[in-house]
Design a binder for this molecule. Structure first.
Ligand SMILES: Cc1ncc(COP(=O)(O)O)c(C=O)c1O
Length: 386
């Protein structure tokens, strides 16, 4: 136990994450455990709406429903609320950003081949439309992307670098400042998918100089499905979002269909209704993480994932991704020579050790509700399965 963890060696309380006691839950990169009070707040909102309709959720409430989440997200991304927009998912926000940027014919969009489809498919769709081209950076051995190679792929012809801050499979973590600087040196945008980083590592969106960061809330932020958060830089706030709807007009209650005046700031990327109650739940979970401290979460997670890596290597696993701890997050991908990873993941699940199968490896993703004891129990189950 260190200064910050509780008696169980966890950084988060079992009161709000009860399943962390029943399972060795190492699957935040897939779906994080949902904060209990957040889930309750969503249910309450939905029940009130069902019982009282617009008496419970009136027009003023519909205007202000994102205010608390905007403020919390600004803190998460080290930005101001005017730089934040909320929608229903990362994919929706990334699509709007891609159509706003509209990379030109012949220009290149730099991305890695190991990134999540949701990071790049929106850009590939726009490229299909404009004639821009994808420039793929491939991993070297053990699925690690070489940072020099990535930076070298960004040149005068680049219009956008589209990167997942943390790779969904291997947990490789990129230096956003270095990538943004290289992109800007060549006049390109740097747009980031923060779905695998927000909540587990510090995301200094404004300080790193990136042009946008978009994330969903159901993974490392321990919130619900149905909410997406984005930081949008002043440069992208000047652009025309790809998705417009009735909330896109300055005064959304004006209802004048034959013109649209976009609001100033990032708000122009908020366009329509969504499952609003999820935004209330996302605020509760996000506030809990912020009050705990993302820096502390990162330090705790890094300690237990280092323990996991060491244990896995002792058991003969190949751990994928970079060897440099500075380029790693808590996500750990591993495979065992001669073992079927699918069968292996199933056996672990039967023993209440929850991880996910991705391609031919198993991905473990411990979070702040896990303890060193959890990792010990997980490793014991792996040893038994071997
Ligand atoms: C990096 C990354 N981006 C996006 C997503 C999914 O985005 P959405 O919630 O919009 O479907 C995932 C889900 O695994 C992911 O790992």
């Amino acid at each position: 136990m260190d200064n910050h963890t509780n008696a169980e060696g966890r950084l988060a309380s079992l009161d709000v994450f009860p399943p962390a006691q029943s399972y060795v839950y190492l699957d935040a990169a897939s779906v994080g455990l949902t904060h209990k009070t957040a889930a309750e707040a969503i249910n309450r909102w939905q029940t009130e709406l069902a019982e009282d309709g617009t008496v419970a959720f009136d027009e003023e409430a519909e205007v202000k429903c994102f205010d608390d989440l905007n403020a919390a997200t600004a803190q998460l991304f080290n930005a101001t609320p005017a730089d934040i927009a909320v929608a229903s998912s990362e994919t929706v926000l990334m699509s709007s950003l891609a159509w706003a940027a509209m990379p030109k014919r012949g220009s290149t969009i730099v991305a890695t081949t190991i990134t999540h489809p949701s990071t790049v498919y929106p850009w590939m769709r726009v490229a299909q439309h404009t004639g821009a081209e994808m420039r793929w950076v491939k991993p070297r051995e053990s699925m690690a992307i070489d940072m020099d190679e990535l930076l070298g792929a960004i040149d005068a012809n680049t219009s956008v670098v589209c990167i997942s801050h943390v790779e969904y499979g291997t947990g490789q973590t990129y230096d956003l400042r270095a990538i943004a600087e290289q992109a800007h040196r060549h006049g390109a945008l740097c747009v980031v998918d923060g779905t695998q980083s927000a909540g587990q590592v510090v995301v200094d969106a404004a300080g790193s100089g990136v042009d946008a960061v978009a994330t969903s809330t159901y993974k490392w932020l321990c919130g619900p499905f149905g909410t997406g958060l984005t930081y949008i830089s002043p440069r992208m706030q000047e652009m025309n979002p790809g998705l417009l709807g009735w909330r896109s007009h300055k005064d959304m209650w004006d209802f004048q269909a034959d013109r649209v005046e976009l609001p100033d700031g990032a708000k122009r990327y908020e366009f329509g209704t969504m499952a609003y109650g999820t935004a209330i739940g996302a605020t509760v979970s996000l506030r809990y993480l912020l009050d705990t401290g993302i820096g502390k979460i990162q330090a705790h997670n890094s300690k237990i994932s280092a323990q996991l890596i060491e244990g896995l290597r002792e058991l003969g696993a190949e751990v994928l991704g970079p060897t440099d701890p500075m380029q790693r997050s808590a996500t750990v991908a591993a495979r065992f020579a001669g073992k079927d990873s699918a069968q292996f993941a199933r056996t672990l699940k039967q023993n209440n050790v929850i991880a996910s199968l991705r391609k031919d490896f198993i991905r473990f993703s411990p979070h702040f509700y896990n303890s060193a004891d959890d990792i010990g129990r997980g490793l014991a189950a792996i040893r038994a399965a071997l």
